[in-house]
Design a protein around this ligand. Structure first.
Ligand code: FAD
Ligand code: NAP
Length: 347
């Protein structure tokens, strides 16, 4: 008799450690863990009482989550793989990518093949599936600029849905998957429309200055990608060496009136123009003004080079880190009357 490939989820573990599955690296466990390597496994899992009787949490690379307590439920780790050409013409190529593919490895793949549009997003940790979830962005580029569509499965009804750009409701480090559909839709694959005609974006001073300082000209996709990697490696802590989840807070946007009040007291307050005449203030600057840069509180702290990054020195707990985040919020609120919003997903 022919043996069909089984769609059974073999990897349901009980009382599974998540310590090495998230970049803060805290000691934390989940009641159950399932690792999905095919969409069929999700159908199978959904018929399992263990799935029906427990809350769910979707996990990719774990680089944007903070666990403040054990997860009493089922963690579904997305490891759906594959890269496929959907369509191609002289100007663009549409690539459909499995949600469990590494984002950074995909950026390198695109740069190597001269597909432009995401080179500024090099070295962002995590998976393809989580990238639209918070509309990842860096150095003036966001995933929404190359986004075409995605497929997601409704975790309660088990039905598959397609989402186009409008339906994703992309915003600044946000999308519908981080708001109303959070933990309700499991993103299975993402289709991106990359450019064959290369237009580079070096609008961020950090990038432009890098080329000037290093005497680099005749820019290419690879040179931009390499520069982004180098700048990030110099400034950001490597989660493999020191636990962190990148920027803990979003940069706040304020109205021109609010900004005027702040800058009358703090004339050196930096700002960047945003939508509807609002102004973006770097949260890192606000946190530094409150004296937190480089400060350590037990086994958690604020990074010495980038105060927007909160770190776990090794034995820090999720609740200690959350407490520090709240202390920072309170301090920024008192000094500037701005409430910082966490970017990291806190569980
Ligand atoms: P996870 O941390 O596993 O999950 C994040 C959230 O998405 C969770 O709520 C989870 O439930 C949900 N999720 C994950 N996968 C899916 C899925 N398949 N379907 C539905 N929901 C899902 N972010 C930026 O935007 N720009 C940066 O420049 C940047 N730099 C960073 C630098 C460092 C050093 C670190 C540690 C983080 C940085 N981040 C940055 C944050 C983070 O890397 C991104 O948000 C990344 O997209 C998270 O991917 P992940 O797979 O690790 O997601
Ligand atoms: P930076 O270059 O020191 O700039 C500080 C802040 O000013 C950034 O947060 C950026 O906002 C803003 N900014 C700078 N130049 C700008 C411009 N020309 N137009 C509009 N806004 C501008 O920042 P950094 O901390 O070293 O980070 C560099 C890039 O990597 C940033 O885009 C940042 O978002 C990204 N990054 C993100 C994370 C994360 O976890 N989300 C972690 C590390 C780095 P934006 O953040 O809105 O770009």
């Amino acid at each position: 008799m022919d043996k069909k490939p089984s769609s059974k989820v073999h990897l349901v573990q009980k009382n599974a450690s998540l310590q090495h599955m998230h970049s803060f690296g805290m000691t934390v466990a989940a009641d159950f863990l399932a690792i999905l390597t095919s969409k069929n496994q999700l159908n199978d899992l959904q018929n399992n009482p263990l799935y029906q009787n427990n809350p769910h949490l979707i996990l990719g690379g774990g680089s944007n989550v903070l666990f403040t307590r054990p997860f009493n439920g089922l963690v579904i780790k997305n490891s759906l793989k594959g890269i496929e050409i959907v369509r191609e013409n002289d100007e663009h190529i549409w690539l459909k990518v499995g949600a469990g593919e590494s984002w950074h490895a995909f950026v390198l793949f695109c740069v190597e093949n001269q597909y432009a549009g995401i080179e500024n997003l090099a070295l962002i940790p995590g998976t393809m599936g989580a990238a639209p979830m918070q509309n990842i962005g860096a150095y003036g580029t966001e995933i929404k600029t190359v986004f075409s569509s995605l497929t997601a499965i409704d975790l309660s009804a088990g039905k598959e849905h397609q989402f186009n750009t409008n339906e994703c409701e992309f915003g600044y480090r946000s999308s519908i998957f981080k708001t109303t559909l959070k933990n309700k839709m499991l993103i299975c694959d993402v289709t991106l429309k990359l450019n064959k005609r290369i237009e580079l974006n070096t609008s961020y001073a950090a990038l432009d200055d890098y080329f000037t300082e290093h005497g680099i000209n005749n820019l290419s996709l690879k040179k931009v990608c390499d520069a982004v990697i180098d700048i990030r490696q110099q400034k950001l802590p490597d989660p493999k060496k020191i636990g962190n989840a990148g920027s803990f807070f979003k940069n706040p946007y304020v109205s021109p009136n609010v900004f005027e009040k702040i800058s009358s007291q703090h004339p050196n307050c930096p700002s960047f123009p945003g939508e509807n005449h609002n102004l973006k203030i770097p949260a890192a600057w606000l946190i530094e003004q409150c004296g937190f840069k480089g400060k350590r509180f037990g086994d958690v702290g604020v990074h010495k080079l980038q105060p927007l990054v909160l770190v776990n020195y090794g034995n820090g707990t999720g609740s200690a880190l959350k407490h520090l985040a709240e202390k920072i919020q309170q301090s920024v609120l008192e000094k500037f009357n701005i409430l910082l919003e966490p970017e990291v997903n806190i569980y």
